[in-house]
Design a protein around this ligand. Structure first.
Ligand code: IOT
Ligand code: MG
Ligand code: MG
Length: 503
């Protein structure tokens, strides 16, 4: 069972052979910070662990090797028998380090989790992301020095260094993002790097009888929810759509007799409150509704870009209402379960009933998710909470992606296999409810558009202007490292509009 929060939710670390120090920890994650230093033969490791009270669980040591782990594992039970004859490791970090002792970099092929890891061994720095890169990890290297951080802004001052494999980061020439499902194995003295892919989306499609497909989806999702429900009652962010309602139903079953907690967000312009209420009532959840005024929602644009470090305007529109919700939650640190990401392997966003086009969309989305950071825990981490997404569990994703398209679109319904898998635990009206995106149900797309057209952006240029606004916000809060509270959405919009419209 997962703890209430992982031992660490992020880190900034530097491995130096020259006695240097990592930069100041400029980070959006709001948790406590524990500095931590270790000197081994010829190199020092300085780290700041972003933790929730027990940072010691986030690092492990064996002989000359040290591992830092942010995040958590979901397949501990599968992994433990791989370490015969030992007392079970006391933390996920210790478990990964023990596996590394046996499998070296290939240990990361074994893990199903939501994590970013840095391993320091003499002369060697190993950086690893989970299969989905769901906890972003950034790196900068020069000969004799490797810096790593779970937020790019923490490395913004790093000078251009060794060319590394990985994703460039806008206007941060010295920084690379470690790709999803990847291990980078770096020589500290040289900065030379070998890259290993540890996961890739399935390309083949499985042909299954309806009932087998339905059972496989139900079992995988139930396991994923079970692995993510901590010792306390979790909070499910609930829209009342099939994705989040399924997670809420499975979490509620795990928590019984205690009621699970659910929360729905809306704005003064739009909400899905009635649909979420149907589910909350059916499950007997302790349900809350949070209304965010639209001007507050739009003021959270800089916070969203700050947390997600994303420059894609569509993704930012999905993440903005959730960020605004997280920042409104208050209270003690919570473990939050979402239904985010279900639409990617199931092709839910595309409202497409032709099977070739549906699978083309799934292939495209599974090819392009990396680097968007839509699953990042920093969105809720900026408000002190930990979020996790059962649909992007490695095993759930392997099942969902690989089902043939006719199981995703069937009997006139999108996401058919998921709807069928959960029909016994949800109200019929929820099972058949058509898809509504969070950016639509909260009025976010419409209000962001209006903000731009009110500033004089012609209707035909709104899409382009949104991209420019998001890029400019990125430059302020990531590249320059400014606090989002000091960046006014309105001023950035005015600036973009002025550049587009001759006055
Ligand atoms: P949507 O699927 O509507 O919402 C994503 C999750 O956000 C839901 O499952 C739910 O947990 C939470 N949520 C949504 N609305 C509310 C609400 N009003 N109150 C509380 N929680 C809510 C966009 C989308 O349609 O969101 N996300 C897609 C697609 C991502 C596309 N990315 C890509 N192609 N790389 C998704 O799959 O989640
Ligand atoms: Mg969805
Ligand atoms: Mg929705």
């Amino acid at each position: 069972m997962a703890p209430t929060l992982p031992a660490a939710v992020g880190f900034l670390a530097g491995i130096h052979q020259d006695g240097g120090r990592p930069p100041q920890p400029v980070l959006a994650t709001a948790s406590s910070r524990a500095p931590w230093t270790q000197h081994t033969a010829g190199q020092s490791l300085h780290a700041v662990l972003l933790h929730s009270g027990a940072p010691d669980g986030a690092h492990a040591h064996a002989r000359d090797t040290t591992l830092l782990l942010a995040g958590e594992l979901y397949n501990r039970e599968q992994l433990l028998p791989l370490l015969p004859g030992r007392t079970p490791p006391g933390s996920d970090a210790a478990l990964v380090l023990a596996l590394f002792g046996t499998y070296d970099v290939h240990a990361f092929r074994l893990l199903n989790g939501r994590f970013a890891a840095l391993l320091a061994a003499p002369g060697r720095a190993v950086l690893a992301t989970d299969h989905a890169g769901s906890l972003p990890l950034y790196v900068s290297a020069t000969p004799g020095r490797v810096l790593a951080a779970t937020e790019a802004k923490a490395l913004r001052a790093a000078p251009p260094g060794q060319p590394l494999p990985g994703r460039p980061v806008r206007r941060l020439a010295g920084v690379r993002q470690v790709p999803a499902g990847t291990v980078l194995d770096l020589g500290v003295a040289t900065g030379r790097c070998t890259s290993h892919r540890t996961w890739a989306p399935p390309l083949a499609r499985r042909v299954l009888p309806e009932e087998d497909a339905v059972e496989a989806v139900r079992r995988a999702l139930d396991d994923a929810v079970r692995a993510r429900v901590g010792p306390d009652v979790p909070l499910v962010v609930l829209s009342g759509g099939i994705d989040s309602s399924s997670v809420a139903a499975l979490a509620a079953a795990r928590c019984r007799p205690a009621p699970v907690d659910t929360v729905s967000m809306g704005t003064d312009e739009a909400d899905e409150f009635p649909q979420a209420r149907v589910v909350a009532r059916h499950l007997g959840s302790a349900h809350r509704e949070v209304t965010v005024p639209t001007d507050e929602l739009l003021r959270r644009l800089p916070h969203t870009v700050w947390a997600a470090e994303c420059t894609d305007p569509d993704i930012v529109e999905y993440l903005l209402p959730l960020t605004a919700l997280y920042l409104r939650l208050g209270g003690p640190a919570r473990r939050i379960l979402t239904g985010y990401g279900a639409d990617i392997p199931l092709g839910g966003m595309h409202r497409e009933d032709r099977l070739p086009a549906l699978d083309t969309a799934v292939c495209h989305d599974m090819d392009t998710y990396d680097g968007l950071n839509e699953l990042t825990p920093v969105l809720s981490g900026a408000a002190g909470h930990w979020s996790t997404h059962p649909y992007w569990d490695r095993d759930v994703l392997d099942v969902l992606v690989s089902l043939e398209a006719g199981l995703k679109r069937r009997h006139g319904r999108d996401k058919w296999v998921l709807r069928a898998a959960l029909r016994d635990v949800l109200p019929h009206e929820t099972v058949v409810r058509p898809k509504l995106g969070v950016h639509e149900g909260s009025g976010t797309t419409a209000s962001f558009t209006r903000l731009l057209t009110d500033a004089g952006v012609p209707a035909g240029r709104v899409r382009h202007a949104k991209r420019l606004v998001v890029q400019e916000l990125f430059d302020r809060v990531v590249v320059e490292g400014r606090h989002p509270g000091d960046v006014a959405t309105g001023a950035v919009v005015e600036h973009v509009a002025a550049g587009l419209v001759p006055r």
